[in-house]
Design a protein. Structure first.
Length: 60
């Protein structure tokens, strides 16, 4: 009987930790995506500091 309660408590605790981590991950992902879009737009609009013969091959 005691092992049953311990196992149930551990499973519920683990479930709560996993749910809270996934909720936090979604919250941070939304903030990160907004920041990335703003910085990408600023980077694309900025002029090149020095004109080079061959530009680096960078995919953004």
């Amino acid at each position: 009987m005691n092992h049953r309660y311990l196992r149930t408590f551990l499973l519920v605790g683990l479930g709560l930790v996993l749910v809270s981590c996934s909720i936090t991950r979604v919250k941070w992902r939304i903030k990160w995506n907004k920041g990335m879009e703003e910085s990408k737009a600023a980077f694309m609009e900025a002029p090149l500091p020095v004109e080079k013969e061959r530009q680096p091959n960078i995919i953004i």
